[in-house]
Design a protein around this ligand. Structure first.
Ligand code: AMP
Ligand code: FE
Ligand code: FE
Ligand code: ZN
Length: 287
């Protein structure tokens, strides 16, 4: 069993890189992918520990990108996997600049929450994380201060795109992110496609095929939010389009309760090692 999608405290997970490596070894994962949002610090710290423990560690990243959608735009999560030798220095630099745009968003989000009657400061949310502050850290503070009872409520009332206090982030266009990942030595994969929210499979296929023309290489077929039917649909789609297949739980520790490393939600996942072998075999082929 492998898990190619997980988060550490360096982004919005609650496990330190060392704790995540330990947890992976405890459940005998054959490979672990660390895919923090916008940062490699978790992977970098985990790598020597994984080597000591004989754990096959895969370098990844999850990027929030903008894609054209109907008449507007939509935020689309994209995974980058660096299977041969890690990301280039150029790509690390590009990712560093994304972090700066996130900080700027956080300042505006604090201001917006203040305007909506919430007493919260940047220092309080930044204290919740390490290198990066994300909305789950805001959710924690809102809970600790008694504004909401759960993460879900924090997003629904204050942090989700539909909430009145929500603020946009200046995120890269998906085609730029795809190009940067490729130039940095990686392959790009559409994360948890079920969250794109398509009701019609033909429209979903057209959207993903359009991204493939821009250089997208794979689909996250297995994800803890995917039903058995959705997984089967994405597997068939990846094969039809000739795309790479990846999968993972999207483990965030206590920031996404009810989700286990490796096995997902109530044991709804078990990704065989062969998925990674195939990925490595085909990822090297430049297109
Ligand atoms: P950010 O990257 O700071 O904009 O925060 C995005 C992260 O917030 C996602 O990766 C999820 O971990 C989390 N998130 C987004 N929407 C929700 C939601 N409705 N409920 C819980 N967590 C969410
Ligand atoms: Fe997250
Ligand atoms: Fe995501
Ligand atoms: Zn994720």
């Amino acid at each position: 069993m492998i898990d190619l999608h997980s988060h550490t405290v360096e982004s919005d997970g609650t496990y330190t890189p060392a704790e995540l490596v330990e947890a992976a070894c405890r459940i005998r994962l054959e490979a672990l992918g660390i895919t923090d949002h916008d940062i490699f610090a978790g992977f970098d710290q985990a790598l020597p520990l994984a080597r000591q423990r004989g754990l096959d560690l895969v370098c990844g990243i999850e990027l929030s990108t903008r894609a054209p959608f109907g008449r507007g735009q939509k935020t689309v999560h994209m995974l980058g996997y660096f299977l041969n030798g890690g990301p280039s220095d150029g790509f690390r630099g590009w990712v560093g600049r994304l972090l700066a745009s996130r900080r700027e968003r956080n300042i505006r989000l604090i201001r917006s929450l203040n305007e909506h009657g919430v007493e919260i400061s940047l220092g309080e949310v930044e204290a919740m994380g390490r290198s990066l502050t994300g909305r789950p850290h805001f959710a924690r503070v809102l809970m600790n201060k008694g504004y909401v009872k759960s993460t879900e409520e924090a997003f629904r009332r204050y942090l989700a795109e539909s909430a009145p206090s929500f603020v946009e982030r200046d995120s890269p266009a998906i085609e730029d992110a795809i190009r940067e990942v490729a130039a940095g030595g990686g392959v790009s994969v559409i994360a948890h496609p079920v969250r794109l929210g398509f009701r019609r499979p033909d429209e979903e296929e057209r959207f993903i095929a359009g991204l493939m023309e821009k250089g997208l290489r794979g689909i996250e077929v297995w994800h803890s939010d995917h039903s058995a039917a959705a997984t089967a649909r994405y597997l068939a789609l990846a094969e039809k389009l000739g795309m790479l297949k990846t999968g993972g739980t999207d483990f965030h520790g206590g920031n996404k309760p009810g989700l286990q490393l490796g096995t997902g939600r109530d044991g709804n996942m078990s990704i065989p090692r062969a998925v990674l072998d195939e990925l490595r075999e085909h990822a090297a082929v430049v297109r």
